[in-house]
Ligand binder design. Structure first.
Ligand SMILES: N[C@@H](CCC(=O)N[C@@H](CS)C(=O)NCC(=O)O)C(=O)O
Length: 366
């Protein structure tokens, strides 16, 4: 190599090649990683490889939604196999956003223990099953949580006749719960940090846990407060039992999707935001068709009369109209399934909108 410039170039090539060989990843491959996004001057976004969940769901013709095995108000089948509840409605809302038809969804009942593998393996497209958003679930299991459908906290159900008023009164007692939940660690944290003793009876099936409590095998049954109101309905004498007012944890319950498909994540996140924004703007299942003529710009954007918000995530312009027609707004969904007029009788509390004393707050469609 007589020419020093050629020698230098060859040296650089060998160096870069060697470096490339030893890198722990392939920098030239996009794989499941970053998504190429093109934004045109009018603001419409085109994704070159946004993952294929939406495409697969459309091809299949229905959404696969992972729910609980039966929790009234959240996801519960009737004797004819028709599912209802907030978590069920959330999946119907996504089906409506995609297909314009909230019935294009199949529900897969999952135990607390099995729910995460079902999402990881692709058996379901979304997990909508009173699942607490925690850091480890979000960062170590390969999921993304898309928001909070229900702000909850863990509490305890006891027999009224037992004279138990606070969690501390349960010291030395036996407590029934379910495996594979956040419940067990909260329980351990609470009792151990206070030097209180307790015994725990954990079951894989929620019905086994509630039957054990009903038969007096434990002094208390513990889970999310919402779950306690739901499970109480299954007891031989619901009125002989009460839920303590003590709340020992934060349980933000929300839907989760697999990490790596930002378009799908956006569809799920913005379906929830649309439900909340609809309530804030007074758009309901009953007035949504009149609201199409509204001149309020926020309503016009939500309902696809201005802008191209649905198109940006691979949906039609009237995606939110279909969502609201199918399940109503968030408030309607809440009241119909778990509200004060239902057997669960839950007040909005933390789940009221931010401007009505709660913490439900959705970013705007704009
Ligand atoms: N939010 C908690 C608890 C969720 C949970 O699985 N709770 C039980 C007790 S209420 C349940 O939903 N059981 C219904 C079922 O297993 O189908 C978590 O994500 O770990």
């Amino acid at each position: 190599m007589k020419n020093p410039l050629v020698a230098l170039l060859v040296g650089i090539l060998i160096g870069v090649g060697g470096l490339y060989f030893f890198l722990p990843y392939d920098p030239l491959s996009l794989g499941e990683g970053p998504v190429a996004v093109t934004v045109s001057p009018d603001g419409a976004v085109e994704r070159a490889s946004a993952g294929d969940t939406l495409r697969r769901v459309k091809q299949r013709g229905f959404l696969q939604c992972g729910v609980s095995q039966g929790l009234p108000g959240f996801s519960n089948p009737d004797e004819r196999g028709n599912w209802s509840g907030i978590d069920v409605d959330f999946c119907r809302a996504i089906a409506a956003a995609i297909f314009g038809d909230g019935s294009k969804v199949r529900f897969r009942p999952l135990s607390a223990k099995d729910r995460f593998t079902a999402l990881q393996s692709g058996e379901i497209d979304i997990l909508s099953r009173n699942t607490t958003w925690t850091m480890s679930r979000d960062t170590q299991l390969g999921f993304d949580f898309v928001g909070v459908t229900y702000y909850d906290g863990q509490s305890f159900m006891v027999r009224k006749a037992a004279g138990i008023e606070t969690v501390r009164d349960l010291a030395g007692g036996t407590i029934c719960t379910e495996t594979g939940t956040t419940t067990e660690l909260n329980l351990a944290d609470y009792f151990r940090s206070r030097g209180l003793s307790y015994k725990v009876l954990s079951f894989e099936k929620n019905d086994e846990a509630i039957v054990a409590y009903d038969r007096g095998r434990c002094d208390a049954y513990t889970t999310d407060a919402s779950g306690l109101y739901a499970q109480r309905l299954k007891l031989t004498d619901p009125d002989a039992n009460m839920v303590l007012t003590d709340i020992i944890s934060k349980e933000p319950l929300g839907p989760a999707v697999r990490q790596g498909d930002p378009q799908w994540e956006d569809i799920a996140r913005w379906t929830l935001n649309a439900l909340l924004n609809a309530e804030e703007l007074g758009v309901t299942s009953e007035n949504v068709d009149e609201m199409l003529e509204s001149d309020n710009p926020r309503i016009r954007r939500l309902l696809g009369r201005e802008g191209a918000y649905g198109e940006a995530v691979g949906l039609g312009p009237d995606w939110a109209v279909h969502v609201i027609r199918a399940v109503g707004n968030y408030g309607e969904m809440f009241e119909r399934n778990v509200g004060t007029e239902t057997p669960l009788g839950i007040k909005r509390g933390l789940n009221a909108l931010w401007n009505e004393g709660g913490v439900q707050y959705a970013p705007p469609v704009r």
